[in-house]
Design a protein around this ligand. Structure first.
Ligand code: HAX
Length: 443
């Protein structure tokens, strides 16, 4: 067993009695109420999922295993001369709740390297897509094609004990995670740089640096990749991608099915695709102003035009957050340090000064502040990844770290098939209306 797997096993053994006790001693305790608004409104805010991997506070933002993003970026081990930590170290932290030592991460990097070999048929699946296909559709299919590699399925057919589910899930999850950057970079090169051909990974490099190498990018793109994958890794369990991954896995579908489904959920413009939408929207503004930074009034007019035509301002608002997203702030600080004079960064910064007030005046969005997606495309664009359709693939690689960690723990704690109850509109009306109202509405 690897050091990480041993540590994880120990943590699982320690944790199981807590779940058992909660169920046994407090199973029928009421912890929340549910309103009509929540039922019709996408289950917003209903406390009905459990995860220890991360927690999202509306005002503070995300914490991974209790650590803020700033703490994670500071405390996790880094490569010599690197500004951002190893992605492998984050996987260790999310799985165990502990900050790994330098040698523990180095072991894990070797382990990841040994799991990087991507079967040829995956490249064939990617190659068979028409070049105008969306990269997220290609990514989802590529992950799906790997399903035949699942250890979990083989063991399940052999009659595996429930207590051991986590073990083969860990193998599947780590195998898939190690391959994600290779698949992402292959899709990028195939769609946008076919002249490059297939780039083989460099076994001496970690997750982030190898991704940069395969994308054909020099420093500091290795740090950009590490930062990007780390800040997108998890956002507790209720967001569409994390929840989809958990839901699909809850039927004991293996991690390949679950991750492909997670990718499909992330591909919507209200969720992960918003990073591409931000750049598309910004390009519209840049074209309109011929690349010259607009005045405050011109910016306001552009924002209002979008709102008045019934569209959302991409990169702003959030279902849980009620302040500026710390993932936005981490990237903003990176931009201030590395690309303060970047033209698009100046647009994003100028928008930050007008959009929140306009959204407040507009009066609909509960959160007028920017989210992660308002800033992320700018960094990519600056380093030459200008094909914004690709941005959500980067998000998906990052998000798979959290989703896969969660699925391993779902299996370890024996979380059951997810099955909430639905009711009809008639039933809901009967629950909330008085007899008189009901008879009145029947006439
Ligand atoms: N621009 C305009 N209107 C907005 C808005 C925005 N940025 N954010 C919310 N609203 C509107 C909603 O569309 C909704 O309008 P209706 O009443 O007409 O339906 C109203 O304000 C109330 O919405 P809310 O309760 O504040 O927000 P939700 O929880 O329903 O939705 C969203 C959260 C993120 C989907 C929403 O803020 C939005 O559409 N933002 C723009 C798209 C975006 O940036 N998405 C990425 C979010 C972060 C993320 O998940 N990244 O992956």
């Amino acid at each position: 067993m690897s050091t990480l797997k041993e540590k994880l096993h120990k943590k699982i053994i320690e944790h199981r009695p807590r779940t058992t006790k909660l169920l046994k001693d407090y199973g029928d305790k009421v912890i929340a109420k549910v309103t009509v608004e929540q039922v019709i409104g996408g289950m917003r805010g209903i406390k009905s999922l459990i995860t220890d991997i991360s927690y999202l506070d509306p005002y503070e933002g995300i914490r991974y295993r209790g650590y803020t993003l700033q703490e994670v970026l500071k405390k996790l081990p880094k490569a010599k001369g690197a500004e951002m930590p190893y992605v492998e170290g984050l996987y260790y932290l999310l799985l165990t709740g502990e900050i790994p030592a330098q040698n523990e991460v180095e072991d894990l990097i070797i382990d990841f390297n040994n799991r990087r070999i991507v079967p040829r048929y995956v490249w064939d699946v990617i190659d068979s897509f028409p070049s105008e296909s969306h990269p997220m559709a290609i990514l989802s299919a590529a992950v799906m094609s790997l399903e035949r590699e699942s250890h979990f399925n083989i063991k399940y057919k052999q009659g595996m004990n429930k207590k051991d589910y986590w073990n083969s899930t860990y193998e599947d999850a780590t195998n898939l995670l190690a391959k994600m950057p290779l698949i992402g970079a292959y899709i990028y090169n195939k769609l946008y740089h076919p002249e490059r051909g297939h780039r083989y990974p460099d076994p001496s490099l970690d997750f982030g640096a190898n991704f940069a190498y395969m994308m054909g990018k020099d420093k500091p793109y290795d740090d950009v990749s590490r930062m990007y994958f780390i800040i997108h890794a998890d956002h507790e369990s209720g967001n569409v991608s994390a929840h989809t991954g958990h839901l699909v896995a809850s039927s004991l579908s293996d991690v390949y099915y679950a991750t492909s489904a997670m990718i499909n959920g992330l591909a919507g413009p209200l969720h992960g695709l918003a990073n591409q939408e931000v750049l598309r929207w910004l390009q519209g503004l840049i074209d309109l102003t011929h690349g010259k930074l607009p005045s405050k009034d011109e910016l306001k007019a552009y924002v209002w035009k979008t709102l008045n035509s019934g569209q959302v301002i991409p990169g702003y608002g959030h279902a849980v957050l009620r302040k500026t997203d710390p993932r936005y702030t981490v990237q903003r600080e990176f931009c201030l340090k590395h690309l303060p004079n970047d033209n698009i960064f100046k647009y994003v910064d100028a928008l930050y000064n007008v959009v929140p007030d306009i959204l407040k005046e507009h009066g609909k969005a509960k959160n007028p502040w920017p989210n992660v997606d308002a800033q992320s495309g700018v960094v990519q664009w600056h380093y030459g990844v200008t094909q914004y359709d690709f941005y959500t693939v980067l998000f998906a690689i990052g998000r798979s770290i959290g989703v896969l960690s969660n699925i391993i723990w779902d299996r370890a704690l024996g979380y059951p098939l997810e099955r909430p109850k639905s009711i009809t509109t008639n039933m809901l009306e009967e629950m909330v209306q008085s007899k008189e109202e009901l008879s009145h509405s029947a006439h």
